[in-house]
Write a protein that binds this ligand. Structure first.
Ligand SMILES: Cc1cc2nc3c(=O)[nH]c(=O)nc-3n(C[C@H](O)[C@H](O)[C@H](O)COP(=O)(O)O)c2cc1C
Ligand SMILES: CC(C)CC(=O)C(=O)O
Length: 389
């Protein structure tokens, strides 16, 4: 008999027991009615598999590459903020676990440990997730934009350049290999549990000395106060151009769920797209990510790799996403639950568990390599099943 949790859902149950309610609610919760939160998971359950038989599956190879970097499997760690609320070692433990599993961790802009600390804790390939922020703390002069924009545009562009540019430079200096710009968060989604719990906003080491955020101590969710002072609602496609102009690192955009935006992203010259609805924490009643993967993949037509996150809880889910054209998937909450249950060891177990499930799925579906997984291996019924009553 195996000790401890045997699947990702059991990790969630254990994490719920281990964590104070405020923190568990923050990690597990979604926006408003949490319709999309449920759908992200349930939509996978409406996709059936079409296994092929009598294929030699004595060896299974799950290895792949992303932006030229090797990975043991197509499963990455999604950026999630405030990991010290799950475990004192927070992002350090997650980074070490990702390294041990030979996968890529995307470090959140809202990490508790600084991007320098995370870089020095392991030598694995890491990406850095960026929120482009607003505020007038310090100006840096940009002559090009001064002469090409109206004064209003000039101020708009100005106000978010300094901090983002500083963070990009630090990410480059510390060996991060790509920037993942999150584009679905012009404002924070309405997370009602956090409002009720008066969710705290823990320390953000990356922003120390760059921004002083006035988090209203008497309001509802402090996270919301932090976000309203930190996120830039005027972010637009031209800012992607600007980001590209100030870094040599490849830029991926995270938070695309329509073919129209996927085409715009390719036109803007991004190096990759993450189909994501932010784990259903932003706009409720957006479709589950797995249901829009197909349209995004078609729109992108192989120009750049397409990743998916949201509701991936089983190796079969990973397989389904790959069958529908994803290059890889990212997991958010399961990593945090692993961290809450057993720190670095817990995160390793979560990643390994999903990798093992994927490996078994590939064997049982007759796919010895990732290239063998095709659209013909899935059957889709996205309609929500009607209630039998
Ligand atoms: C607690 C929590 C914090 C998150 N913080 C960030 C963040 O700082 N930046 C970001 O781009 N996405 C953030 N996300 C979204 C994740 O990157 C990812 O899109 C989502 O968790 C995937 O869905 P899943 O949790 O169902 O796997 C967060 C998600 C959670 C659950
Ligand atoms: C600071 C927040 C914006 C972090 C986040 O993205 C989230 O909690 O979903």
């Amino acid at each position: 008999m195996e000790d401890g949790p045997v699947n990702l859902r059991e990790f969630q149950e254990l994490a719920k027991r281990n964590l104070p309610k405020m923190y568990y609610d923050y990690f597990s919760g979604g926006a408003e009615d949490q319709f999309t939160l449920r759908e992200n998971v349930e939509a996978f359950q409406r996709i059936m598999l079409r296994p092929r038989i009598l294929v030699d599956v004595s060896k299974i190879d799950m290895s792949t590459t992303l932006l030229g970097y090797n990975m043991s499997s197509p499963i990455l760690v999604a950026p999630t903020g405030s990991q010290q609320l799950a475990h004192p070692q927070g992002e350090l433990a997650t980074a070490r676990a990702a390294a041990a599993c030979n996968t890529i961790m995307v470090l959140s802009f809202a990490s508790n440990y600084s991007l320098e600390d995370v870089a020095s804790t392991c030598s694995a390939v890491r990406f850095y997730q960026l929120y482009v922020r607003s505020g007038f703390d310090a100006f840096c002069l940009c002559f090009h934009c001064f002469i090409t924009c109206s004064f209003e545009q000039f101020l708009q562009v100005f106000k978010r350049r300094d901090v983002s540019a500083a963070l990009l430079q630090r990410a480059e200096r510390n060996g991060y290999k790509a920037i993942v710009v999150t584009v679905d968060t012009p404002r924070l989604g309405r997370r009602e549990a956090d409002i009720k719990n008066k969710m705290i906003m823990p320390r953000n080491s990356n922003l120390e000395g760059l921004i002083s955020v006035d988090v209203n101590p008497t309001g509802g969710s402090k996270l919301e106060a932090f976000a309203s002072e930190t996120l830039d609602p005027s972010l637009s496609w031209k800012d992607i151009e600007w980001l590209k102009s100030i870094t040599k690192l490849p830029i991926m955009v995270k938070g695309i769920i329509t073919a129209e935006d996927a085409r715009k992203a390719v036109d803007a010259g991004v190096s990759g797209i993450v189909v994501s609805n932010h784990g259903a924490r932003q706009l409720d009643y957006t479709p589950p990510t797995i249901s829009v993967l197909d349209e995004v993949v078609k729109a992108v037509s192989g120009a750049v790799p397409v990743l998916l996150d949201g509701g991936v809880r089983r190796g079969t889910d990973v397989f389904k996403a790959l069958a529908l054209g994803a290059k890889a998937v990212m997991i958010g909450r399961p990593v945090v639950y692993g961290l809450a249950v057993k720190g670095e060891h817990g995160v390793r177990s979560v990643i390994k568990m999903l990798q093992n499930e994927l490996e078994l799925t590939m064997a049982l579906a007759g796919c010895p390599t990732l290239r063998d997984i095709t659209r013909n291996h899935v059957m889709i019924n996205y309609e929500r099943p009607r209630s039998p009553l």
